[in-house]
Design a protein around this ligand. Sequence first.
Ligand SMILES: *[C@@H]1O[C@H](CO)[C@@H](O)[C@H](O)[C@H]1NC(C)=O
Ligand SMILES: *[C@@H]1O[C@H](CO)[C@@H](O)[C@H](O)[C@H]1NC(C)=O
Ligand SMILES: *[C@@H]1O[C@H](CO)[C@@H](O)[C@H](O)[C@H]1NC(C)=O
Ligand SMILES: *[C@@H]1O[C@H](CO)[C@@H](O)[C@H](O)[C@H]1NC(C)=O
Ligand SMILES: *[C@@H]1O[C@H](CO)[C@@H](O)[C@H](O)[C@H]1NC(C)=O
Length: 295
Amino acid sequence: MSVYRVKSCWIHCFLQMKEKSFSCDRATMQWSLFLLLLMGQCVFITCQLYEYHFIKEQMSWDEARAYCRENYTDLAKVFDLTDMRRLQDSAQSQTEAWIGLYSEPGRDNRRWHWSLPGEEYTENKTCWGTGEPNDRPYPENCVRKKDKWADAPCTHTFPFICYDETMKDNKTFHLIGEMKTWTQAQSYCRQHHTDLASGLDQIYSEEFKELLNSKASKVNLWIGLFRDTWRWSDGSNFSFRYWDMDSFNDGLNNRTCATTLLERSGRWSSAGCDQRKPFFCYDVKLDQTSGLICS
Ligand SMILES: *[C@@H]1O[C@H](CO)[C@@H](O)[C@H](O)[C@H]1NC(C)=O
Ligand SMILES: *[C@@H]1O[C@H](CO)[C@@H](O)[C@H](O)[C@H]1NC(C)=O
Ligand SMILES: *[C@@H]1O[C@H](CO)[C@@H](O)[C@H](O)[C@H]1NC(C)=O
Ligand SMILES: *[C@@H]1O[C@H](CO)[C@@H](O)[C@H](O)[C@H]1NC(C)=O
Ligand SMILES: *[C@@H]1O[C@H](CO)[C@@H](O)[C@H](O)[C@H]1NC(C)=O
């Protein structure tokens, strides 16, 4: 658990160090890591570790949030799959329970996110094609890439590229030729690799380009960029989503609070916020992991 936390701190630390400017042809992230290691720097890291609490009492989403805010920090937020496992481990029954994710439906409330946890979306680190994203036909909430990017309905099917942080078969990127919807592609990548390829550092890296040149330079591929109207109760902009395929709805209906289906491997669904359910809170344990990391 603490190993994971250190890793996620690394990610945050990393993001802060990344250069501000970026061109679509250069991968600066690997470069800055290389420089950091070369200079033999040490980094002092203090982490906020958070803990999940399962509350059996059934409440509406708003009541649950008030309860969590008074007695802990807030309704539970989830940074990645490792957090999700921890959340499930803290459950005391296999039902459906609220988490701190809610939706503000509406076309203008959507925000872009990278699928890979910790990769932050910023406007000027994008490679949209001319006139894109055009959101026609509304809603186009997922992104396909040929040379440049275009938004597309998430229900369309394309081949896709997975990112693999463990370098399975010595490869960082894996081109999957099967046609899948965006959510199916995301699920496939998380199951077999790490996630859909996310962020300019990955998508414009040499290895990624080589893969495309050799195999798929002229076809549309899903990348790990999507937009939705979901927000975390405490204001975090965590991009991790874990929707159950059957109940995934693109945030277009009026069930605007999220639950975790503990009996269905924890995947998320949406429900009317007035329903009464058990829920998860989190609280912050300050300075539980801190330490010096040297290259
Ligand atoms: C990136 O965008 C922000 C505002 O969105 C702007 O202030 C900043 O100058 C931009 N940076 C570059 C390198 O274009
Ligand atoms: C906080 O917890 C206590 C004891 O479990 C409970 O009585 C109280 O109602 C909770 N606060 C809120 C706002 O629900
Ligand atoms: C991975 O690459 C290393 C060095 O480039 C090589 O020694 C090793 O055999 C490769 N492993 C696989 C599974 O291809
Ligand atoms: C996301 O959260 C981080 C850390 O709190 C913050 O620095 C960043 O500005 C946020 N990004 C957006 C797009 O809100
Ligand atoms: C919104 O929810 C209500 C019940 O809460 C339901 O009757 C109505 O049909 C829903 N509307 C849409 C557009 O989903």
